[in-house]
Design a protein around this ligand. Structure first.
Ligand code: SF4
Length: 202
């Protein structure tokens, strides 16, 4: 489905960081895609205010999916700012949750950007999707699918893609290559991964 969106607002939402983007040409595509996801969230909220705010970290304690290019973008950000994920994390806390803050916030995955809760703050260890689904934001998935398709050219090298990806085959591809942040080894460098995408599956 083709989207018609507010290009001026999209440009405002786009995160720019020449040092991060320098690591790999795909990162610019990913940042374009993340801006489109943010725009989709903003438009779908229609002024409704989530209760999520800085320092509220309950949703960072569940499995967080991310695509390979999202992961590479996070690696580049970590590398530029010399940040380290938490090594001795407990349970399924996200490795980037430190002192109740996200250390990779500008490049956090799509899943984090779309997970919002209304009405009342989550209790510690509450999963609002299970306890009060009606308070959980339902994103406009057309934005997310369109955003992911922006990143498809990066996967043409080193990944097996159909010659002509339609919406359905692209979605099937992304579901297949998506990983959980908690399952990734963050020890090797961003540059290693840019040279060898398969390393990110380890
Ligand atoms: S990447 Fe950031 S926002 Fe997303 S789960 Fe981890 S700490 Fe939370």
């Amino acid at each position: 489905m083709l989207l018609s969106y507010n290009k001026k607002r999209l440009a405002e939402l786009r995160y720019h960081n020449a040092k991060v983007e320098h690591f790999d040409p795909g990162i610019a595509l990913m940042l374009d895609a993340l801006a489109l996801v943010d725009l989709g969230v903003e438009e779908s909220l229609r002024g409704r205010k989530p209760v999520c705010n800085e320092g509220c970290e309950h949703c960072c304690k569940q499995p967080i999916p991310a695509t390979p290019l999202e992961i590479l973008t996070i690696r580049a950000f970590l590398n530029v700012y010399q940040l380290a994920p938490t090594k001795d994390r407990q349970g399924i806390d996200c490795p980037f949750l430190q002192e109740n803050h996200c250390i990779v916030y500008p490049v956090r995955p799509i899943a984090c950007r779309q997970y919002l809760v209304f009405n009342k703050k989550c209790l510690p260890s509450e999963n609002p999707t299970a306890t009060r689904m009606h308070d959980v934001f339902v994103p406009n998935y057309t934005y997310m699918h369109t955003a992911l398709r922006i990143t498809l050219p990066w996967y043409r090298t080193g990944w097996t893609l159909p010659d002509h990806c339609n919406e359905e085959s692209a979605w099937t591809f992304f579901k297949k290559v998506t990983m959980l942040l908690q399952n990734i080894s963050w020890n090797h460098t961003c540059c290693d991964c840019a040279k060898n995408n398969d390393a990110m599956r380890n």
